[in-house]
Design a protein around this ligand. Structure first.
Ligand code: ATP
Ligand code: MG
Length: 407
């Protein structure tokens, strides 16, 4: 049997980027031989094994053929006769279709190295169109390598467009899609993921609610960039620049969905877009089965981001309601993430990227003021049940009034 490094490890070494996980392909071996060498089989779908010591993935060279819709609709063929070139041709991008032996000899039948130099994300063969997930993967690689100057080859974008129009994207499972979306959002230029999906028509299929924001104007006084789609991309970019976690990035992407529902006669104003957007945010959350923390934060940011911006003008009673809605007493971290998302929203506007955001500290101070209300003295005064709840609320309101007066 012959063993080669493949995929990302080869690509990233040639790019001079640190390699995190290594994928291997094994040519000329059978499952029985692998098991005899102590490799552990993973999953039932593909002939993939884990190395007994390193835990890295070793896949038997295989060919694939599409036999139906979706990912289940694949038949593969793995046997010792399958060559390295046959295995490489089933891969998505030329830069991912190179292999390297233990002497660092490169096998590059589809010119991945040439495309690395040309900074092009190009499909290997027309079989690219057989797995719609590749549309998301290419967009994710575009986000990851944008800083290095990579773009999607025009003919690959065209294939992605055909795939998007074919209805195949709808066959993707929420789990597979979310894995790509979440990884793409954590890249340095997540806005590029959305831009590429939009350029090939996939955004309209996957997240029509986000796609609808492009072409929708906002008031230039608050939004010099005017376009709501452009604003959303900038907010996402700010979130990445500030190294925000996934939940914040997800909330940033979805925070203004309600603006896509505003009747044109009302443009560029978007009255109550915060509330109107909630059903759309919920729909996107559920479509991809986003994790609970992402779902919750997106809903809360959608509903309350304008409160965040107006923090300094809010009445103490409104501040209190905001803090209660976030259950800031038990979930202080989530409130921090809300503040972060609001700040990214404020900075994700043309020419305002460096603005200060005093609302952030003001909101933190308010949360601290409300949290310092002690329950023990109220218990000692004999408050119980709902009355105790009311008493705590009264004390918190008092604390917030004092906080606002002194701020
Ligand atoms: P990363 O750095 O994100 O791990 P990677 O290129 O190694 O990037 P993996 O998901 O680890 O990506 O996949 C390893 C290799 O398997 C890819 O480089 C590619 O050659 C191939 N591959 C993975 N998923 C697909 C797919 N859906 N269609 C075609 N080829 C794929
Ligand atoms: Mg990999």
């Amino acid at each position: 049997m012959r063993i080669y490094k493949v995929g990302g490890a080869v690509r990233d070494r040639l790019l001079g980027i640190p390699v995190t996980d290594i994928d291997w392909v094994v040519v000329g071996a059978t499952t029985e031989e692998m098991l005899a060498k102590g490799f552990r089989p993973v999953g039932a779908d593909f002939p993939v094994f884990l190395h007994p010591k390193s835990g890295e993935e070793y896949a038997l060279a295989r060919t694939e053929r599409k036999s139906g819709r979706g990912y289940g609709g694949f038949t593969f063929h793995a046997s010792p006769e399958v060559t390295l070139e046959e295995d490489l041709i089933r891969r998505d991008l030329t830069i991912n279709a190179m292999a390297e032996d233990d002497q660092q000899n490169l096998t590059d039948p589809y010119h991945g190295q040439r495309d690395l130099e040309a900074r092009l994300l190009r499909h290997v063969s027309p079989a690219f169109a057989e797995d719609p997930l590749r549309v998301l993967r290419v967009a994710r690689f575009a986000a990851r390598y944008a800083a290095l100057g990579f773009t999607v080859a025009p003919e690959t974008l065209e294939l992605m467009r055909q795939l998007s129009e074919s209805g195949e994207l709808e066959a993707l499972t929420p789990e597979r899609s979310w894995k790509e979306i979440s990884r793409a959002l954590m890249e340095d230029q997540p806005q590029m993921f959305i831009e590429v999906l939009r350029a090939c028509g996939a955004l309209k299929v996957l997240m029509p609610e986000v796609d609808a924001l492009f072409g929708v104007p906002q008031p230039p006084a608050h939004h010099p960039e005017i376009d709501t789609g452009a604003h959303t991309l900038s907010v996402l970019q700010q979130a990445a620049l500030h190294k925000q976690p996934l939940s914040v990035r997800w909330a940033c992407l979805l925070h203004d969905l309600g603006k896509g529902l505003t009747p044109e006669e009302e443009w560029p104003r978007h009255i109550a877009h915060e509330f109107k957007g909630l059903k759309l945010i919920k729909a996107v959350n559920e479509r991809f089965k986003a994790p609970r923390d992402c779902q919750e934060l997106a809903m809360l940011v959608g509903e309350y981001h304008t409160h965040g911006h107006r923090a300094l003008e809010l009445k103490p009673s409104t501040l209190l309601e905001l803090l209660q809605s976030f259950d800031v007493y038990r979930r202080p971290q989530r409130f921090e993430e809300f503040i972060a998302a609001c700040e990214m929203d404020a900075r994700g506007r043309e020419g305002l990227e460096q603005r200060s955001y005093p609302q952030a500290d003001y909101l933190r101070g308010a949360a601290t003021a409300a949290r310092t209300v002690a329950v023990q003295p109220l218990l000692e005064k004999g408050f119980k049940g709902p009355e105790l709840g009311e008493a705590i609320k009264r004390e918190r309101l008092k604390a917030l009034k004092a906080y606002k007066d002194n701020a």
